[in-house]
Each structure stands twice: as structure tokens, then as C-alpha cells.
Design a protein around this ligand. Structure first.
Ligand code: IMP
Ligand code: MG
Length: 175
């Protein structure tokens, strides 16, 4: 790996912001059956850090999706490669994602999950790239950071499956 990586958000900056968002979630969901749904694989690092800082009893489940598309924009044709273990009926669901780009993946997923009759369904994302959005229907309740239209790696985000384990958020510099 001889890619040069520029740090956009340091480990400390991310930790501080994740704590702020976790505090907001704790306030908003007090007394409710909060159910976190982590979108694998990218959402796993953020989900763990967020969940540890939420001061409420909560349950968690995991889902894996793959999005088919040509080039770098996802198509909105989404395949569920690992479904949830448990029903979400009557639960207050918070979907936890790494990044929202076109919004195609989440627009589809939210439609699928709504059919299962949760009490509520909201979205929490580590990163948002609003410039790239094509699906206006995707409303994000909690965003840690808004990022420019660049390819981001680290803290769960990969480039060809590499770099997920970086403790910070960065971009690969063009050589
Ligand atoms: P969307 O359907 O276009 O919103 O695509 C969302 C998915 O694409 C995310 O969950 C990521 O897995 C992936 N993705 C989008 N932008 C980036 C990026 O900058 N770095 C790494 N993965 C990305
Ligand atoms: Mg993802």
C-alpha cells in the first residue's frame, strides 16, 4: 500500500462528534424501545462507537446489502445479502450507515423496512455527501459530518475492501 492518505477528520474529531450525536439520540429516544440496525460492512465501526455512547437500553441487528450499478454511482437496484435476524414490528428503528451518497441504497432499504411495520424508522449517518444526492426521499435525522464530493476511506469505509480499519476519515491523494 503506497497510497498517500490525507486526513479529513482525525480520530479525536470523530470521537467528539459521535459522542454529541449519541447524546442527541439518548435524549430523543428516552423511554422508547430503540433498535439500531447496522448496515454492513461500512457501518460497523460507527455503529459500535455510537452504541457505546448511547445511554439507553437498546437492541441491535445487522443487515448487509449490495448495490448494483455501473461506475461509481449506485443504481438503486439493491440486493439484501444478509437480512435482519429479528422482526422490527412496533420497534423504533434507527438505521446506522457509514455514508449517504446518491441515497439510492437507503431509499430502497427504507421502503423494504417500512413494510415490516416498525413504530418509527429514522436514519443516522456518519457522513453525508449531499451534492451527490439523487433521491430526495431520503431524510437523514442525524448526520455526524457533511463531506465534499470526494472518495472517502477509513472508519468503516473502504476502497476495494481496504482501509476500513483506519481510525480516522481520509481521502486518497492523487499521485
Ligand atoms: P448510495 O446508494 O449512492 O447512497 O451509496 C451508498 C454506499 O456507497 C455507501 O453505503 C458506501 O458503501 C458506498 N460509498 C459511497 N461513497 C463512498 C465513499 O466516498 N467511500 C467509500 N464508500 C462509499
Ligand atoms: Mg455501505
Amino acid at each position: 500500500m503506497d497510497d498517500k492518505i490525507r486526513i479529513l477528520l482525525s480520530e479525536e474529531e470523530v470521537a467528539k462528534r459521535v459522542k454529541e450525536v449519541a447524546d442527541e439520540v439518548s435524549r430523543d429516544y428516552k423511554g422508547k424501545p430503540l433498535h439500531l440496525i447496522c448496515i454492513l460492512k461500512g457501518g460497523i465501526f460507527f455503529t459500535c462507537e455510537l452504541a457505546k455512547r448511547i445511554d439507553l437500553p437498546l437492541t441491535m441487528d445487522f443487515m448487509s446489502v449490495s448495490s448494483y450499478g455501473s461506475g461509481t454511482v449506485s443504481s438503486g437496484i439493491v440486493k439484501i445479502t444478509k437480512d435482519l435476524d429479528d422482526p422490527i414490528e412496533g420497534k423504533d428503528v434507527l438505521i446506522v450507515e457509514d455514508i449517504i451518497d446518491s441515497g439510492n441504497t437507503l431509499a430502497y432499504l427504507i421502503e423494504v423496512l417500512k413494510q415490516r411495520n416498525p413504530n418509527s424508522i429514522e436514519l443516522c449517518t456518519l457522513l453525508d455527501k449531499p451534492e451527490r444526492r439523487v433521491k430526495d426521499s431520503v431524510k437523514v435525522k442525524y448526520t455526524c459530518f457533511t463531506v465534499p464530493d470526494q472518495f472517502i476511506i477509513g472508519y468503516g469505509l473502504d476502497y476495494d475492501q481496504i482501509y476500513r480499519n483506519l481510525p480516522y476519515i481520509g481521502v486518497i491523494e492523487q499521485q
